[in-house]
Design a protein around this ligand. Structure first.
Ligand code: 7TS
Length: 417
């Protein structure tokens, strides 16, 4: 273990943990060790307080009333948009569409930008995508006769960049890739891919569900045209997500849902659309959760995303060393912590991942087991499922040690040690 770098300086997961009420709870008599942050993160008291405060003081519908509460609610909702724009350095707040989650953001791109594609046009994806970045494109392919192509992954679990280069052509209209794999942890070279996509005249849509919560992401230097992510994976509430886009692209897109808020003028048989981003936000939005999300952004901005990344890189390096040190696990994804985010998928050759997760749960340790909504990747890795530990700002080496002890205990439980 001597190769392991020391923990990130100035980062205090124990102090951070005290901000999250749920982390005080016991599970089966043990202190909760929460290692399922890639699925969703826990929420700090500041976010819970903001939710309560919104409903206690300012609840009203947005963009409609002139009364005080309606103005306050609209201000809070729009300030979420502005804060998200600042957080990812989007060119303009009107380039931020507030949706429910990453999934909805990707579906919006697939359905709206996708409607400009013709039969034979190509969409380039990869083998490491989450179902959220596969199925919307499968729907598009069925509807429009669009051809889907997939970049393979290397034995180390990285995108095969040579394959990517060979699959890009003038027929490629959209490249849609994850910035960080939720199974392998792989961090993909998005800026480089953006240049390659633009060189053939394609747009690049980035699934940022795992990257935006864990890495510094600057939309302008990233070079992507679309970036999708979810508040609930970044210590914010469920039910709010974002599509950040170049405003000039949103201007050219048709809405995919009609209703209140998204119109300028309606007659019985025709309608015109509101300005962006509102033309993509039909109906009463999730005002309360949007109003509460900036409290999570405050916390991440105070910590600094470089600090978050440094902490999680050190932690995943430690986890990789300890898990591989056990000697019996298969650990998936790149082994260099600089090339991966703060999560590790692994398989015990003798114990099904679900059984492993169940034994860990009896010890208060929450990990995810299954296909992680990435069935094509499971097939590529030739596994039915994996167990996955994924880290957040409040995790530390004690949590990794607890996981390792739990994995040893599971072997004993199944009579393997
Ligand atoms: N893309 C990636 C890369 C993800 O990891 C997830 C969720 C999504 C999209 C979808 O996000 P949603 O907020 O729209 O649901 N990933 C996981 C996971 O790994 N375990 O549970 C959810």
């Amino acid at each position: 273990m001597t190769s392991i770098a020391p923990p990130a300086v100035g980062f205090d997961p124990r102090a951070l943990r005290r901000r999250f009420p749920i982390l005080d709870r016991k599970v089966h008599g043990h202190n909760l060790v929460y290692l399922d942050n890639a699925a969703t993160t826990q929420k700090p008291a500041a976010v819970l307080d903001a939710l309560r405060s919104y409903y206690s003081t300012s609840n009203a519908n947005v963009h409609r009333g002139v009364h005080t509460l309606a103005e306050e609610a609209t201000g809070l909702y729009e300030s979420c948009r502005a804060r998200v724009a600042r957080f990812v350095n989007a060119p303009e707040a009107r380039g931020v569409v507030i949706v429910r989650n990453t999934t909805e953001a990707i579906n919006l791109v697939a359905r709206s930008w996708g409607a400009t594609l013709s039969p034979g046009d190509e969409v380039l994806l990869s083998e490491m995508e989450h179902h959220s970045n596969l199925v919307p494109w499968i729907l598009l392919a069925r509807e429009r006769g669009v051809v889907l192509r997939h970049v393979s992954i290397t034995a180390d679990g990285e995108l095969d960049m040579a394959a990517l280069a060979s699959l890009l052509s003038r027929r490629t209209r959209i490249v849609a890739l994850t910035a960080m794999s939720n199974v392998l942890g792989t961090i993909n070279p998005i800026a480089e891919i953006a240049d390659a996509a633009h060189a053939v005249g394609a747009v690049l849509a980035v699934d940022g569900a795992q990257s935006v919560p864990h890495l510094p992401v600057d939309f302008r230097t990233l070079g992507a045209d679309f970036l999708a992510f979810s508040a609930h994976k970044m210590y914010g509430p469920t039910g709010v997500g974002f599509l950040v886009a170049k405003p000039e692209l949103l201007e050219r897109m048709e809405p995919i849902a009609g209703g209140g808020e998204m119109i300028r003028e309606v007659r019985l048989d025709w309608a015109t659309w509101n300005d962006i981003p509102h033309k993509f936000e039909a109906g009463t939005p999730n005002i309360a959760d949007a109003a509460a999300f900036p409290a999570a952004l405050d916390m991440l901005e105070d910590l600094g995303m470089s600090g978050v990344r440094a902490h999680e890189r050190q932690l995943v390096g430690y986890a990789l060393d300890r898990l591989r040190g056990l000697g019996w696990l298969t650990v998936h994804g790149p082994l260099d912590p600089h090339r991966r985010g703060g999560l590790v998928s692994f398989v015990d050759p003798e114990i099904h991942p679900h059984d492993l997760a169940q034994v860990l749960d009896t010890l208060g340790i929450a990990v995810r087991a299954g296909h992680h909504c990435a069935q094509p990747l499971m097939r590529r890795l030739d596994v039915a499922a994996t167990a996955r530990a994924s880290f957040g700002i409040y995790n530390d080496r004690d949590d990794v040690d607890a996981l390792v002890d739990g994995l040893i205990a599971a072997r004993k439980y199944f009579g393997l040690a």
